[in-house]
Design a protein around this ligand. Structure first.
Ligand code: AMP
Length: 284
């Protein structure tokens, strides 16, 4: 039988819980999420379960990382299903603070990473990564995890958080797990529920574009412009997809690269109707 995780609603209680776990000599692992849990999230829980004694899942739809009000309002919320999934995955704690607890009146601090957070999604979602790094640092301070696990699906987010940890001397190991996809290749995302059937069909062009670029790179193509052109053609063949950006970047610094000499990644964002999807893939 799966035991129900305990639900903690305030940083003060979360700190006490983790302090007790650490005093027992347990290794604490954290998986930050915004809920609407799918198999991509569960893969992070499974990884963390295997590498920690106490598994904490945070569920918090973080208002300060949304740069559009309607995106925040229509973000799917599935609390009952999420708690059942956390129980099934062996979570010990669900940390689910309210926005008023996280950001009480008078709150005025933010954590901002530099250049790495400015390109790619950062260029199109002003303030987004400041919201992410601020909430993640708050989660780290409350949960005090030894290990925190994120998805490579949000590759820039993963790298920005690793940068923050290094820059601010945080004692947290940050690991990125591979992207979990639908059988046809679409990356799982909580926002996929908003796709109409025709948008869902055409959304496949994103995975096809990335796979095409990777195949070309593996066959020896070194010029980023050639990889971008091939990927762009795949996406342009799907009339419902509107490309926001498509770039080849250094896998560590996220700086644009023109020739593949070190590990590189193709990253993209595209709109299908009113739904914005992101995806990325290593080119090696
Ligand atoms: P979110 O709830 O969308 O903020 O995502 C919470 C965590 O799950 C982040 O670290 C995401 O990168 C990760 N994640 C989201 N989708 C996937 C996926 N398809 N595969 C692996 N990890 C994912």
């Amino acid at each position: 039988m799966t035991e129900k995780p305990i639900v903690i609603k305030t940083p003060a209680e979360m700190i006490l819980d983790s302090r007790a776990a650490r005093a027992r000599g347990e290794r604490v692992g954290l998986v930050p999420t915004m809920g609407a849990l799918h198999q991509g999230h569960i893969s992070l829980l499974d990884y963390t379960r295997q590498h920690c004694d106490r598994l904490v899942v945070s569920i918090f739809v973080n208002p300060i990382q949304f740069n559009k009000k309607d995106d925040l309002e229509k973000y799917p919320r599935t609390w009952e299903q999420d708690t059942a999934r956390c129980a099934e995955a062996g979570a010990d704690v669900i940390y689910a603070p309210d926005a008023a607890v996280m950001y009480p009146a008078g709150f005025q601090t933010k954590v901002a990473v530099g250049a790495m957070a400015q390109g790619l999604c950062g260029a199109f979602r002003p303030g987004h990564f400041d919201g992410v790094t601020t909430v993640v640092l708050k989660l780290f301070n409350a949960v005090r995890p030894h290990l925190a696990v994120f998805g490579q699906k949000d590759y820039q987010q993963l790298k920005v958080i690793q940068r923050m940890c290094q820059d601010l001397d945080l004692e947290v190991e940050v690991v990125g797990c591979p992207t979990v996809r639908e059988p046809d290749g679409l990356a799982l995302s909580s926002r996929n529920v908003h796709l109409s059937p025709s948008e869902r069909r055409q959304s496949l062009c994103l995975y096809k574009a990335l796979s095409r670029a990777r195949a070309l790179a593996q066959a020896g193509e070194r010029e980023a412009a050639a990889l971008i052109a091939a990927a762009r053609r795949e996406i342009e063949s799907s009339p419902l997809a509107r490309l926001e950006y498509l770039e080849v970047v250094d896998a560590e610094t996220l700086e644009p690269v023109s020739r593949l000499e070190r590990p590189a990644r193709m990253c993209l964002a595209a709109w299908l109707g009113d739904t914005r999807l992101i995806d990325n893939m290593g080119l090696d």
